[in-house]
Design a binder for this molecule. Structure first.
Ligand SMILES: Nc1nc2c(ncn2[C@@H]2O[C@H](COP(=O)(O)OP(=O)(O)OP(=O)(O)O)[C@@H](O)[C@H]2O)c(=O)[nH]1
Ligand SMILES: [Mg+2]
Length: 461
């Protein structure tokens, strides 16, 4: 257990109304007493806790006044770290916080490492690992939905689910132990296998359920990578601009206007989109354009969703057919644009090539069809079971990987049960499943992983 008292600047650098220097540990209050002078000469220990006290920070070396402050003492154990915490609210900007931090360090504190306050909260058992990770996600959240998901996680929703899962795995292990203890009683064994199978299937389904949210979790955190595709001049850049509601991409009547990839972030009714406009796809000799086209093809593979644009005022061309091949098996929405002109290609015609896709008529010129497009995107990703506010969503790669491992363990155990394999074969997988799940909330996690997780934090948190 760490015993030294740590300190750091808790607020972001830069000009601001206030800045906060935070201390945590046994000596926090003694250090504060050395450097704080209130109106009355009373130790912080004897003042009301969790209340702001007015005074000055003084350098005890030379009695020089450093800044005018409000100070608060939060007594252990009901604090962020579960240790004694002191926070000094001083004037904002970089000078005051730095001076105060320096004096705090000169008087017995050590500078905190990245995430060390939160790490102490974890080490002291106040929060588990998923909650600690949620703290970091809250700080870095860029959309309301990702903030809500993290807040839910901070409040322990995922931890609870993992705990329930682990209890089930433990029950399975208990069955195994019982069978090992009474190996000769046939009916005991038969019953045990049946029960293990039941339990195993429940665990498998629960893990699968959690994993099914991982896709939307990624989208909530990073944005849905949406690639706009189509041959030159069909209106891709016009679509991009319409979604962004600004003239971001250049639109002209000349085919091949967009030469490179333009990427923008937009919040579409709560769904974060990373929307990418590409160069029109066609066979070309122009080197610059060719690079753009190759990249567009590559992007389709890496993207989450493609919006494919066709020109309703033209017949389907060979270029169109190439594009159809490219997106046939990808998650995509098809737009038939320029429906304000005389129509040469209809939804029915296009359906022959792309039977399983949603195809919408649009006119970027008249601004028609955009609402339907937005609704289609929304429906695609928040259909049915995934609701943002009150459900658990896996948005962390570490959690996802561990769930995948646990799922594989239980799958293998179920297979062994199915084949009536010896009980110790089953035991190995079930134990591993238990450990993998435990690594999610930190019950079975190693020092190195803990260090890695907290090193991603910012200082002062
Ligand atoms: N009539 C009509 N014209 C449109 C519509 N959408 C776009 N256009 C026009 O079609 C031309 C090409 O539009 P862009 O948005 O630049 O097309 P693009 O697909 O980005 O073209 P490249 O970047 O060259 O591949 C422009 O002159 C647009 O004004 C539409 O719905 N109806
Ligand atoms: Mg363009």
């Amino acid at each position: 257990m760490d015993i030294d008292t740590i300190a750091a600047i808790a607020t972001a650098p830069g000009e601001a109304g206030i800045g906060i220097v935070r201390l945590s540990g046994k000596e926090a209050v003694n250090i504060a007493d050395k450097i704080f002078r209130g109106k009355k000469d009373i130790s912080l220990k004897n003042r009301e806790t969790r209340k702001l006290h007015y005074g000055h920070i003084i350098d005890p070396e030379n009695d020089k006044t450093i800044d005018e402050v409000l100070i608060v003492y939060m007594k252990a154990p009901y604090t962020y770290t579960t240790e004694d915490v002191v926070e000094i609210n001083c004037h904002g900007g970089i000078i005051s916080v730095r001076r105060i931090l320096e004096i705090v360090l000169n008087n017995g504190a050590r500078i905190a490492e990245e995430g060390e306050f939160t790490k102490r909260a974890f080490m002291n058992g106040r929060i588990d690992l998923t909650q600690a990770e949620a703290v970091m996600d809250l700080i870095s959240a860029k959309t309301d939905s990702s903030f809500d998901v993290s807040l839910n996680q901070l409040e322990g929703a995922l931890s609870k689910e993992v705990r329930v899962l682990r209890e089930s795995v433990l029950k399975m292990l208990a069955q195994i132990e019982a069978t090992i203890d009474f190996p000769d009683e046939d009916d005991v064994e038969e019953m045990a296998y049946e029960k293990m199978q039941e339990e195993g299937e429940f665990i498998f389904k629960t893990i699968e359920g959690l994993l099914s949210t991982a896709y939307s979790g990624k989208i909530i955190k990073e944005g849905l990578k949406t690639i706009i595709l189509g041959k030159p001049n069909v209106g891709k850049s016009s679509l991009m601009n319409a979604i962004l509601r600004e003239n971001r991409a250049i639109v002209t009547e000349i085919p091949g206007t967009t030469r490179d990839i333009i990427e923008e972030y937009v919040n579409l009714n709560g769904i974060p989109l990373r929307i990418v406009d590409t160069a029109g796809i066609r066979e070309t000799e122009d080197i610059v354009e060719k690079i753009g086209v190759d990249r567009a093809k590559e992007l389709v593979d890496k993207g989450d969703l493609a919006i494919v644009v066709f020109d309703a005022s033209e017949e389907i061309s060979d270029e169109d057919k190439n594009i159809i091949e490219l997106v046939k098996n990808k998650k995509s929405i098809i737009l038939l644009n320029k429906t304000d002109l005389e129509i040469k290609t209809s939804i029915e015609t296009l359906k022959n090539y792309l039977p399983n896709k949603t195809i919408l008529n649009t006119s970027m010129l008249k601004g028609e069809g955009l609402e339907k497009l937005e609704k289609t995107i929304k429906d695609m990703f928040f259909k049915g079971d995934v609701k943002i506010n009150d459900s658990i969503i896996i948005n962390n790669v570490r959690h996802k990987d561990l769930l995948l491992k646990a799922k594989k363990n239980i799958e293998e155990a179920l297979e062994s049960i199915e084949m009536n394999m010896p009980i110790d074969c089953i035991e190995v997988d079930v134990k591993e499943c238990y450990d993998n799940l435990g690594e999610i909330n930190g019950d079975t996690v190693g020092e190195d992983i803990i260090d890695r997780i907290f090193s991603d934090f910012c200082i002062g948190k």
